[in-house]
Design a protein around this ligand. Structure first.
Ligand SMILES: Nc1nc2c(ncn2[C@@H]2O[C@H](COP(=O)(O)OP(=O)(O)OP(=O)(O)O)[C@@H](O)[C@H]2O)c(=O)[nH]1
Ligand SMILES: Nc1nc2c(ncn2[C@@H]2O[C@H](COP(=O)(O)OP(=O)(O)OP(=O)(O)O)[C@@H](O)[C@H]2O)c(=O)[nH]1
Length: 435
């Protein structure tokens, strides 16, 4: 299915340098959410017009210099299960190590495409030495230098041959695709089970394109939807499930193939760093979002009111906090219905197309309230606006001096747009362009 590349390899071979090389130019297409996701974990980018995601296994371990072989082994197994393409980095300047041999042994058994990448090939002398990696049994190495960039273009040219067009495959199906995501133990399986509970809710089990992912088509509460199942209905593989790396890998998969994500939070614990990481994955992928505060049955008597709780959450996830927040319980089924209602509404919001005339009326009203501030003595004039023909709402505002429009004004416009047209739960993009 998706185009997810995993980078594996022992410490210090240059994984994070390679990662930055792959996603370094992503700023052009994906807005940065500062300080949320540690940058080396996950990135999105594109090559020859095809979008892809990259996961760097090295980003998961603190102090990776003295990481144990066992830890790397686990991550490689997870990468084989969850990624579409594996890049296995080795260090051409150091040559083959025991750990390389151990990793290669696992990778040789994988049915997924594996690229053996000899990194640090900064010059031709080193290129000669890189030949020795052939003995790892994964073919000739691709020689690259992550530092100066040589070889990476050829490598990507070959990798993209395996890519599918994500948008195309998603658009084939008109039924809303919902992903249930969250960190371990928040109640994802329990929530999904409230849908499955009665067999008759299941319309058809669709075989996913990945080996063992099964999406299920439901008809419940008068709605048709597909639950993208990578969340944990299928059980315990050989690898320990409480690994954060594993749960994020799963989340990435589920998020990328969905329209709307239900992000579950444990009401007894509140929003933590791990929740914020998943939140930012959803926003980066421009997916619809419903926040579900699950296990609410355990909290209510505690006197913490919905209003207080909502306020805390909104502060935490700002600036993108125009999202539905539902206090539910998968156990007692309290407000499970509301969760689905909210997801359907967000799905509609995300598809919203605003007629150009309405958008420009909106623009005129907005300019009457507040014009862009004068910058360096120059008047900034916004002339007209248009919604772009994209899958998620994106708007272009045409003006004389786009570079002089700063974030506060951009936020002002975004908030007004959200007030005027229901865009709750939907990440939107606003661009200022010269005209
Ligand atoms: N000469 C040379 N050095 C490189 C190249 N790529 C990375 N390095 C250096 O190798 C060292 C390790 O690079 P990292 O990218 O941190 O390696 P890593 O595999 O992510 O390491 P861990 O964080 O331990 O997993 C750094 O000093 C890099 O500057 C390269 O193409 N050529
Ligand atoms: N009290 C209460 N317990 C719940 C609720 N939802 C789930 N639980 C319990 O929380 C535990 C974890 O639930 P799961 O559904 O397995 O959580 P999960 O998110 O699928 O967990 P992983 O598969 O580890 O990612 C189980 O013991 C559930 O019975 C709820 O709404 N209220």
């Amino acid at each position: 299915m998706g185009n997810l590349i995993a980078i594996v390899g022992r410490p210090n071979v240059g994984k994070s340098t390679f990662f930055n090389r792959l996603v370094g130019w992503r700023h052009a297409i994906v807005d940065e959410i500062a300080g949320v996701t540690r940058d080396r974990i996950y990135g999105k980018s594109d090559w020859n017009g095809k979008e892809f995601s990259v996961i760097d296994t090295g980003g998961w371990v603190e102090n990776s210099d003295d990481i144990f072989e066992e830890e790397i082994r686990k991550q490689v197994l997870i990468a084989i299960d969850e990624a579409d393409i594996i890049t296995f980095l080795v260090d051409a300047q150091e040559g083959i190590t025991d750990m390389d041999i151990a990793v290669a042994e696992i990778l040789r058994r994988s049915s997924k495409p594996v690229y053996l990448v000899a990194n640090k090939v900064d010059n031709n002398a080193i290129r000669m030495q890189a030949g020795e990696f052939y003995s790892l049994g994964l073919g000739d190495p691709w020689c690259i230098s992550s530092i100066n960039g040589s070889g990476t273009g050829d490598l990507l040219d070959d990798i993209v041959k395996h890519f599918t067009d994500i948008d195309e495959s998603a658009e084939q199906n008109e039924v809303p695709r919902i992903a249930v995501v969250g960190r371990p133990n928040v109640g994802k399986s329990s929530l999904i089970n409230t849908f499955i509970g009665e067999e008759r809710n299941i319309v058809t089990p669709l075989a996913g394109t990945t080996r063992d992912a099964i999406d299920t088509h439901y008809r419940k509460f008068g709605h048709d939807f597909i639950i993208v199942d990578t969340a944990g209905l299928r059980r315990k593989t050989k690898v320990k499930e409480d690994l954060e790396f594993y749960s994020v890998m799963r989340s990435v998969r589920a998020i990328e193939s969905s329209d709307v994500c239900l992000l579950l939070i444990d009401a007894t614990q509140g929003i933590e760093r791990q929740d914020m990481n998943i939140f930012s994955l959803i926003v980066r992928n421009k997916k619809g979002l419903v926040l579900v505060v699950n296990k609410w049955d355990l909290v209510e008597k505690n006197n913490k009111t919905v209003d207080e709780y909502t306020k805390l959450i909104k502060e935490r996830i700002a600036p993108f906090n125009d999202v539905p927040i539902i206090f539910a319980s998968a156990l007692t089924k309290q407000r499970v219905f509301k969760v689905i209602e909210a997801a359907m509404q967000v799905y509609e919001n995300r598809k919203r197309r605003i007629p150009t005339s309405e958008l420009n009326n909106f623009l005129q009203e907005t300019l009457q309230i507040k014009e862009p501030p004068v910058y360096k003595g120059k008047l900034v004039k916004i002339k007209y606006a248009a919604q772009l023909p994209t899958k998620t709402p994106q708007f272009a505002f045409f003006c004389n001096l786009p570079q002089y429009i700063k974030d506060p004004y951009k936020r002002f416009i975004e908030n007004r747009l959200r007030e005027k047209f229901n865009l709750t739960g939907v990440p939107i993009q606003i661009y200022f362009r010269e005209k």
